[in-house]
Design a protein around this ligand. Structure first.
Ligand SMILES: *[C@@H]1O[C@H](CO)[C@@H](O)[C@H](O)[C@H]1NC(C)=O
Ligand SMILES: *[C@@H]1O[C@H](CO)[C@@H](O)[C@H](O)[C@H]1NC(C)=O
Ligand SMILES: *[C@@H]1O[C@H](CO)[C@@H](O)[C@H](O)[C@H]1NC(C)=O
Ligand SMILES: *[C@@H]1O[C@H](CO)[C@@H](O)[C@H](O)[C@H]1NC(C)=O
Ligand SMILES: *[C@@H]1O[C@H](CO)[C@@H](O)[C@H](O)[C@H]1NC(C)=O
Ligand SMILES: *[C@@H]1O[C@H](CO)[C@@H](O)[C@H](O)[C@H]1NC(C)=O
Ligand SMILES: *[C@@H]1O[C@H](CO)[C@@H](O)[C@H](O)[C@H]1NC(C)=O
Length: 431
């Protein structure tokens, strides 16, 4: 806790650093390239103190202009570099303004507890030719004990990237004019990160991805893009563990959430999904690769008009294991494949559709209290590998009927497990 005296000291300290930096030399935490730009500018003190001893760094104090036109890439870099190393800092993107930025890497580590508060809009250049990089728009890297929050919007404005894309009906196969399209927001190598409240929209590709992260909390995100937008997954997690994802609303042209190789201990609660392709584990085992996904618990989801409800998909070939997966309390509304395990996934790539003798093994998948309506006849589909069976499937209290009112059916190929409670459509699992 700071008393008034130390708070005043902190404020003065910042003003002194900033003035000194303007006139003589930058604080030593700033990079060389930043320093040279810094000298050409003439801003006043950059940090404003704020109630509870946090220091607010408004991007506007670093030269950012929220008119939706000015390129704020460097202003954001300067603001980030200054706020990141300050104690108890909040980097603020103020409300009611649109800040255009090109590709940015928000590099950590930063001071523990650093917060990025987005109340306004961060927008990407509309014209793909203007983007500096084609892989990721906003990268957050090497952050520990960090949060990004606020009621603002991250708008990747990706419609031009979707032009000329064709998606085959009911497959994930897409071909586009731009062979590489950027992910909107990526977290790499992070721990103890919280992402709260933001809206992320119109990504050229996946909206929000995590790799090599652990202990991540995600709360109340709104992620949306048109249903026709290609590969616009909502939240993708890979090589990461201990995630807690709650109260998100995702409606895009691809998976609402996808959990890829190396995901474990992922809890998802109260997810609202659709349109989109549903919740996916996978795809796994492509090109004979080995995969490991374990302890994924989905508790509470509502899927509306999605291509799939809850899905596990693996390619033929491959090795490794998917285990301890729970799908609980999921409501399906006119979903095409409400429950699906597909070990013959091949995205319509003919030479990858060939049956092989190995597969990623699926063991221990629980479906409890899955209710609602199926848009297609087969509401429950377990297409397990011919050579390696799915084992340990538990189904309890399943009630799925056709959207048209009729009786749905189940399909099983080499699927083993047990049932509890009432199961509609009747189970075809082998004991
Ligand atoms: C975002 O985080 C900052 C810093 O912890 C906090 O002051 C602010 O209240 C948070 N805003 C929201 C909407 O959670
Ligand atoms: C991940 O971050 C940690 C801590 O900052 C660092 O030691 C490690 O080298 C990073 N790993 C990668 C692959 O960047
Ligand atoms: C589920 O999430 C939605 C959207 O964020 C929210 O409005 C609702 O209150 C949440 N429900 C519960 C039970 O937390
Ligand atoms: C999948 O993850 C496991 C460990 O989690 C790793 O050994 C394997 O190489 C990964 N496979 C691919 C294709 O990256
Ligand atoms: C995967 O393994 C099968 C069987 O050994 C082989 O026929 C196939 O070419 C392999 N695929 C790749 C992409 O390596
Ligand atoms: C079943 O799931 C629904 C949400 O789809 C939930 O409202 C209901 O309370 C659950 N029933 C039980 C018995 O848990
Ligand atoms: C692969 O095996 C499955 C299950 O036996 C079968 O239904 C399917 O037709 C086979 N696919 C190909 C491309 O041979």
């Amino acid at each position: 806790m700071f008393n008034n005296h130390s708070l005043m000291f902190l404020v003065l300290h910042f003003i002194v650093i900033c003035i000194a930096a303007d006139e003589f030399h930058p604080p030593e935490t700033l990079s060389i390239s930043f320093a040279s730009r810094f000298h050409k500018t003439n801003w006043r003190s950059r940090a404003l103190s704020h109630g509870d001893a946090v220091t607010v760094f408004n991007v506007e104090m670093y030269g950012a202009v929220g008119d939706g036109i000015y390129d704020n890439t460097q202003a954001f870099e300067r603001a980030w570099n200054a706020a990141c190393v300050a104690p108890k800092a909040v980097l603020l993107v103020p409300r009611k303004k649109i800040f255009l930025v090109n590709n940015l890497v928000f590099q950590g580590p930063c001071s523990p507890g650093f917060a990025f508060q987005v109340e306004g809009t961060i927008a990407a250049p509309k014209d793909p030719a203007k983007w500096n990089k084609k892989d990721i728009w906003l990268t957050f890297q090497q952050l520990q004990s960090f949060q990004i929050n606020g009621s603002g919007t991250i708008n990747a404005d990706g419609s031009a990237w979707w032009e000329g894309c064709r998606e085959e009906i009911h497959t994930d196969f897409v071909s586009c004019k731009f062979s590489q399209r950027p992910v909107a927001v990526h977290f790499g190598n992070c721990s103890r990160v919280t992402v709260t409240g933001l809206t992320i929209t119109n990504s050229p590709n996946f909206h929000l991805t995590f790799n090599d992260c652990e202990a991540v909390k995600i709360r109340a995100l709104i992620i949306f893009s048109p249903e026709y937008s290609p590969n616009t997954d909502g939240i993708d997690i890979g090589t990461s563990k201990h995630f807690d994802v709650r109260h998100c609303i995702v409606s895009t042209g691809d998976d609402c959430m996808a959990l890829g190789n190396g995901s474990s201990h992922i809890l998802i609660k109260n997810l609202t999904c659709g349109p989109g392709h549903g919740i996916s584990i996978g795809s796994l085992g492509k090109f004979n690769s080995s995969a490991m996904v374990s302890t994924i618990h989905i508790d509470g989801a509502r899927m509306t008009g999605t291509q799939n409800g809850v899905r596990i998909k693996t390619w033929q070939g491959g090795s490794g294991m998917v285990k301890d997966i729970q799908f609980k309390n999921v409501e399906m509304i006119n979903v095409n494949n409400p429950i699906i395990i597909d070990q013959y996934y091949c995205a319509d790539t003919p030479n990858l559709c060939r049956n092989q003798t190995s597969a990623v093994q699926i063991n221990g998948v629980t479906f409890i209290n899955i209710t609602g309506t199926s848009a297609s006849q087969v509401a429950v589909k377990f297409a397990c590998s011919d050579t390696i069976a799915c084992g340990g499937i538990l189904m309890k209290d399943i009630s799925l009927k056709l959207s048209s009112g009729g009786q749905a059916s189940s399909f099983c190929e080499n699927a083993h497990g047990i049932t509890r409670g009432d199961i509609f459509p009747p189970s075809c699992l082998k004991n």
